[in-house]
Ligand binder design. Structure first.
Ligand code: PLP
Length: 228
């Protein structure tokens, strides 16, 4: 049986190899461990291995895990869809939110971010595959949303996040990330230092196309049950 520590070591080696393969600096891409549906014990095992950044999609599940792991110095990232009536606990209990895709949600998160915490790090989720069903702001509307969100006092706008339509072909995996990366570069805002893209199935393509943070679940924790 493969242990969590072995999987983390293997994925980290793959990430470092992907950086080297395209001439990027070693360690420039952060690994976010996506622990949704996995028990607190798995997060604890990853933490003992050395992992500090964890991503969760479902608020209630995340709050229970955070409670169980309150003694650990974990940086929690919210990466799931956000309902406007759930912004307060998200603003209170996370260091990062990757899935902001409209102004109303950003305004609520800014208003509800407690004074005793540093500004909430946020990424704007961009819909780069143009699928009607997926959340995310359209690429054409990104500059306007960036301008508005950048003004909110209790948020620190860090960059963008994307979940493209799954593709098995490497070139097809690269293409949407390339468009997004150049759109962000064109904004020319030095504070935008985060390109949150790449998952278990397309890590290499994401790193080749400028990702600074890959969100990996399955390759680290194993398959999720399909109960959700
Ligand atoms: C589940 C999920 C991931 C991780 O996906 P894997 O294919 O298991 O690596 C990354 N990002 C988001 C937003 C997710 O919901």
């Amino acid at each position: 049986m493969t242990t969590i520590a072995e999987r983390f070591a293997a994925v980290t080696a793959e990430l470092r190899a992907a950086e080297i393969a395209v001439g990027r600096a070693t360690g420039c891409v952060r690994l976010l461990a996506v622990s949704k549906t996995k028990p607190a014990a798995d997060v604890a095992a990853a933490y003992r291995w050395g992992q500090r950044h964890f991503g969760e999609n479902y608020l209630q599940e995340a709050l229970i895990k955070q409670q169980a792991l309150s003694a650990f110095a974990i940086s929690w990232h919210f990466i799931g869809p956000i309902q406007s009536n759930k912004t307060k606990p998200i603003a209170q209990h996370f260091a990062w939110v990757h899935s902001v895709d409209r102004l109303k949600i950003a305004e609520r998160l800014s208003e509800q971010r407690p004074d005793y915490l540093p500004p909430l790090n946020v990424c704007l989720q961009v819909n780069i595959s143009g699928e009607a069903s997926k959340s995310g702001v359209a690429l054409a509307e990104l500059p306007a949303l960036v301008e508005q969100v950048a003004k909110l006092p209790r948020l620190r706008l860090r960059g963008v996040m994307a979940i493209p339509e799954p593709q098995s072909d490497y070139a097809a995996q690269c293409q949407p990330y390339r468009s997004l990366c150049s759109a962000v570069q064109a904004l020319n805002l030095p504070g935008l230092d985060t390109l949150s893209y790449g998952m278990s199935g397309d890590l290499r393509a994401a790193v080749a196309e400028g990702s600074t943070l890959v969100r990996i679940g399955t390759a680290l924790f194993g398959e999720r049950s399909s109960l959700r």
